[in-house]
Design a protein around this ligand. Structure first.
Ligand code: AMP
Length: 215
């Protein structure tokens, strides 16, 4: 299954992706996770991306497409993949279309996770992420706290509030989403792949995807 999860930051793409990974044994490809890994490893890409990310700005399309061109050709993508947080701009969606055609890959579904803005702000300000770049497990201090305060259940490293999840950065990321990413809803509607789901919970979205793909 080849699927794209579209939606504002905090709409639950990452959580839904993890449910899909478990069910279908295909990789979650999150450009945000890849970039945070690169920043923490201090690679060239990480050095270029760091400032954009800290402000909540999008990283330039050429950098993202370089990452994705390489990633989609890895062995583990042969049976499918879940794209989480990519594409995020119309030029990325157009480049992805060309790349998939070149690789002979057909998309199955683009799911648009719809969540009211107040709910998004509530979710993002209470979200915490494992500081271990290889783990990046997600928690929520209200609805899904770790068993031990401040410590990741999975790997034992500290969980932190991301630099781009302060109230100011969140506001900016949501504006960026409206301006640059929301137009993709129309793009994929015209391409005939779009399914919009009221993303009240990750389980609702997951069930809808399973129903739609008939798997
Ligand atoms: P995320 O974890 O998906 O919210 O991404 C965190 C940050 O990484 C974003 O605010 C952007 O700065 C950057 N980023 C992630 N994916 C992309 C993308 N597809 N295009 C541009 N920037 C991205």
């Amino acid at each position: 299954m080849k699927i794209i999860l579209l939606g504002a930051p905090g709409s639950g793409k990452g959580t839904v992706a993890k449910l899909l990974v478990e069910k279908f044994s295909i990789p979650q490809i999150s450009t945000g996770d890849i970039l945070r890994g690169a920043v923490s490893a201090g690679t060239d890409i990480g050095k270029k991306a760091k400032e954009y990310m800290a402000k909540g700005d999008l990283v330039p399309d050429e950098i993202i497409m370089g990452i994705m061109e390489e990633r989609l050709q890895k062995e583990d993508c042969q049976n499918g993949f879940i794209l989480d947080g990519f594409p995020r701009t119309i030029p990325q969606a157009e480049s992805l279309k060309k790349l998939l055609a070149k690789l002979g890959i057909n998309l199955d579904l683009v799911v648009n996770l719809e969540v009211p803005e107040e709910e998004i702000i509530k979710r993002l300000t209470s979200r915490r992420t494992c500081s271990n770049a290889k783990c990046q497990a997600i928690y929520n201090v209200i609805s899904m706290p770790p068993k031990q305060d401040g410590i990741c259940d999975k790997c034992g490293n500290p969980i932190v509030q991301r630099e781009d999840e302060t109230a100011e950065a969140i506001k900016y990321r949501l504006e960026t989403y409206q301006e640059k990413t929301a137009p993709l809803i129309n793009f994929y509607e015209q391409e005939g792949f779009l399914e919009t789901v009221e993303a009240l919970s990750s389980k609702v979205v997951f069930d809808k995807i399973v129903e739609k793909t008939g798997k």
